[in-house]
Structure formats: C-alpha cells, structure tokens
Design a protein around this ligand. Sequence first.
Ligand code: PLP
Length: 432
Amino acid sequence: MKGLVDKPSYIIELLEGGVTLEDIIDGHICEQTLVEKSAFVVGDLGALMRQHVCWQSAAPRLQPYYPVKCNSSPAVIEVLASLGLGFICANKTEVSLVLDHGVPPENIILSGVCKQLAHIKHAAKNNIQHLVCENEAELSKISRLHPGAKLLLQLNTESHAAETSMAFGFSLKSCRHLLEAAKELGVQVVGVTFHIPSSCQDLQQAYTHALSDARCVFDMGVDLGFNMNILDIGGGFTGSEGQLNQVESAVRPLLDAYFPPMSGVQVLAQPGSFYVASAFSLAVNVIGKKVMNRHWDSLTQGVNNEDTEFLYYMNEGVYGPFSRKLLGNCIAAPSVHKHVLCAEEEVFPSSLWGPSLDQLDQVVERCLLPELSVGDWLCFSNMGVCGLEEFSCLSSSPQLPVYYTVSTCDWYEMQEAGVALDSAVKNFSMVR
Ligand SMILES: *Cc1c(COP(=O)(O)O)cnc(C)c1O
C-alpha cells in the first residue's frame, strides 16, 4: 500500500485495486490490538468528491458553501477548497484555517448572528466582505468596525425556531426597520440567508414561506437602493441523494418563480452534513459488559433468553466523538467488526455506553447485537459531522488518531476534478 504524504500533519493512504475501506479498518484494528486498543477514526476522502459530483448533478443552481463547524479537519478543508467550494465560517479561527488553505476571501462568509468584535475586525483586515447579520446591535458593531461589509440578513424560519427552540434571525415584520437602519449607517445589504433543518416535517411549506419572505426582503432592499444579489438557502441536507432531490424539487419551482436565473441572483446553499457525514467511520473497543436479566422464570429459576439484555461499555462516549448525542441526535447502531451474522444466530437487545459511568453517557439506547465479548471492536459509520477537536481534545485518549484514505480510482477522479491543481493538494506525494 502506498501513502500520500502532505506537508501538514496527516497522511493519506492510497488504496490500490481491491483494497477496501474495511481492509484499512482491519489493518488498524490489528495494529491497535497489539497496543492499547484505542479508538480511531478512518476518513475516506473520496467520499467528499463523490458527494460533490452528486451535488453538482442534482442541484446545479445551488452553489455549495461548506460550514466549517461540521468538520474542520485539514484534509476535508483541503479537498473541498480545491473542489472550489465556498466556506461558512463562524469565527476568526475558522476564517484563518480556510484562508490558510488558499481559499479566496470572496468565497468566505462570516456567519453567526452575534460576533465578537475582534472577529469582525479580523474579517475586515482579511477582506472578508460577506457577513451575516440579524439585529441592530450587530449592525452598529459592523458599521463601526467593518464599514465596507456586505451583509446577508438572517431570516427567521419557523422550522429553525422549532429545532433550536430559540428565536433566531429577524422576522419579516422587523425587516424594513433593519434595512433602514443599515441604510442610515451606510452599510450595504446584499442578500438574505435562512436555514431549514433536515428534521423539518413539511419541506414544501417551509421553503415556500422562507423563499416568499426572502423575496419580500429583496424587494424592500431594492426599494431602499441596495444591490440585492445573494440568496442563501442554508443547510438541511442529510447526505442522501434522495433527500437532496427532495429538497431540490421543493426549491426549484420557487426559485424559478421568485429568483429566476435571469434575475442575476446568486443562489447559495450550506451543505455540511451532506459532504462529510458518510466520509468518516469510527472504530471503538468494547471495554466492559454487563448482563441484565429482566425476568427470572419462576419454575426453572433459569434465565429466559428473550429477557436477556446486554450493556456494553466502549472506550469512547458522548464526552468524546459521540458528542452529537448530547445535542439530541440519534447514533445509529454499529456493525460488529469481523462478524457476519448467520441466520440462526441469536441477537440480544443491547445498549452501548461510553466509559464515564455517567447516566448521560449512553450512546445507543437499544439495538440488537449478537453477544459480544470484551475486546471486540464496533464500527460506527456516518461519523463525519464532528469537529476534529472533538476527535481529539475531548476524548478519553489524548488524541484520537484519524487515518485518511482514498481509493486510487477516486484519487484519479479527484485529480481530474481539479483537486490536484490546488496548490496545497499538490503537496501530496507518493511514498512507499
Ligand atoms: C451547522 C449549520 C449548517 C449545516 O448543517 P447541516 O447539518 O448540513 O444542515 C448550515 N447552516 C448553519 C447556519 C449551520 O449552523
């Protein structure tokens, strides 16, 4: 197996013909078995490109801007930057990270509705012109520290408010007032941004509301003499092609009606999970096990199998790479490494816990698994939405290793897609 090495601190393993991601995971499990059996992450960079190809063919009018907070690992930023994506940064650190990867400032939007003064100054100094804003206090900060900014007004949507249970963004009612305040302060407004989470039940209705509201804001802005030319429809793309098609077909007729291509309005979206979720898998080790027998059979005093339940403890939990669980997300059941379930094999209700012995540290509430032993490995897929800092700082081990891979086939395609042309990606070199 060859490796691709790049100047920064990570190595990308190139998978040659026939070598699969499972083989890579296998290899690292073998290595870990000889040492501490620590958890590790495997990132398949080819998945980023495959998602990009899918995005471009399904939603050609929606220019993707990647929210850095979804996964800020340098290899991800590297690949997405060289595929030409724009970036949504929530703070100064994220802006610096993206600039360091050679992303032009005009492809960066500083998001976040309440920004620290230093972060606004930093944006001004680095020529980041596009900033998100939703209230007057923010507006006056920006007019003082970054008078040349071009603002995207964050429009509130019901579904977003429902998810965050917080009023977020301005309402249509307060819109004229905000626009007039911007006019008075001499700050430019260039567009509107909103976010409809993927948990939204009625996509059609949510996008209909949001896009007609956005049209109203555009009209008011134009009335006041602003050059309104950016519409950002936010995130809410799970990563599945079917869901992307669903959103796209809800949005397309609305865009055609309210923001037709000839209007010259640039339409952006913020696919975060879409790009990274499927690209990362996490392998963890079972470090503890308890059997719970809910009912004793009174006649035999034996255990009735149906009522046997297993609790397993893993070496990582919600205070590490499963932190998404604390935010109310569900973690899907893992696969058991090197275990092919045969038809007659028994499975048991099982729950999976992190190592902290804390009530909150339950990663998977209930799933059906064959009986596991301490030392077995579990493999969680779709683990890409997670800051790298969570892969490292918060976990029980000081640094969760992340192994990047790409198949030769994907790698050639990535080079054709322009990945190799980016200055930083050129630093990859083959090693034996
Ligand atoms: C996190 C975030 C996104 C992307 O999240 P998805 O999981 O891809 O929907 C988009 N926009 C904003 C404002 C966010 O905070």
